[in-house]
Design a protein around this ligand. Structure first.
Ligand code: GLP
Length: 241
């Protein structure tokens, strides 16, 4: 029913329309993470579409990481968060795109002087002032990542401007980064991190270091994130030269 009244109905091909419509339903949280989709046959019948169309739409969403197929069991809304490495999205955007509710618990949201690591990473001289954020990032009640960010005060004049999302605040100031360099490393999480992320001893994490730039080359952020290894997949599309 819901799928029939979607604005995506304007897309040219039926499978594209259906793919967009299912995506919207997931993004709006109408089908929840881990839940099953009706079978291909039932969907086709309910929507008076061919099974080929339904299969193609579902196949596309599996590729996008939004759906997972389990042999013999059916199609489910992915429990893992699959994040394309090539897109410059924020934590908040990634979660909303999955129908999840992003929120942050702040341990620090204050102005300070750059520490040596930040100064080197952002090419700032010692003594430069930055807004520093240290937060635990949740999807609803579930902690997913720990994040430490530094943003030059010149680009973010008041830490209070960050309500929950850093990129939203930067966007409002016209300072949303459009390019970033990112390094991804496997790590064994330390005791404090394990406690915050509610994980058992020995759990793996992914450390992501991101330096983001404005169009004019200025560095906007230096962020270190520790994502839960048991939930996050980072995927990239590769092309030969
Ligand atoms: C991701 C990136 C960080 C970035 C953050 C912004 O987690 N790895 O470098 O700072 O998104 O997210 P938000 O706008 O939700 O604060």
């Amino acid at each position: 029913q819901r799928l029939q009244h979607d604005p995506a109905a304007r897309l040219p091909l039926a499978y594209m329309r259906l793919r967009r419509a299912i995506r919207n339903v997931i993004e709006n949280g109408e089908v929840q993470v881990g839940h099953a989709l009706p079978s291909e046959r039932d969907l086709a019948r309910a929507l008076t579409l061919s099974r080929v169309t339904v299969r193609k739409a579902i196949g596309g969403l599996v590729e996008d990481g939004l759906l997972t197929q389990r042999h013999g069991a059916g199609t489910f809304v992915s429990e893992r968060i699959v994040k394309p490495l090539s897109r410059m999205t924020s934590f908040t955007e990634d979660l909303r795109a999955r129908g999840l509710n992003p929120r942050s618990e702040f341990f620090e949201k204050a102005i300070g002087e750059v520490n040596p690591e930040e100064a080197m990473a952002m090419n700032l001289s010692p003594g430069t002032q930055v807004v520093r954020l240290h937060r635990l990032r949740y999807a609803g009640d579930e902690p997913l990542a720990i994040e430490r960010s530094a943003v030059p005060l010149a680009l973010l004049p008041d830490p209070g401007l960050v309500e929950d999302s850093l990129y939203e605040a930067l966007d409002k100031l016209g300072h949303r980064p459009n390019r970033a360099l990112q390094r991804l490393r496997a790590v064994v999480l330390g005791p404090a991190q394990l406690r915050l992320l509610r994980l058992p001893t020995g759990s793996a994490g992914l450390n992501i270091e991101r330096r983001s730039f404005l169009e004019d080359g200025r560095i906007v952020e230096f962020t270190n994130s520790w994502y839960r290894g048991d939930i996050y997949d980072f995927v990239a599309e590769l092309q030969s030269d």
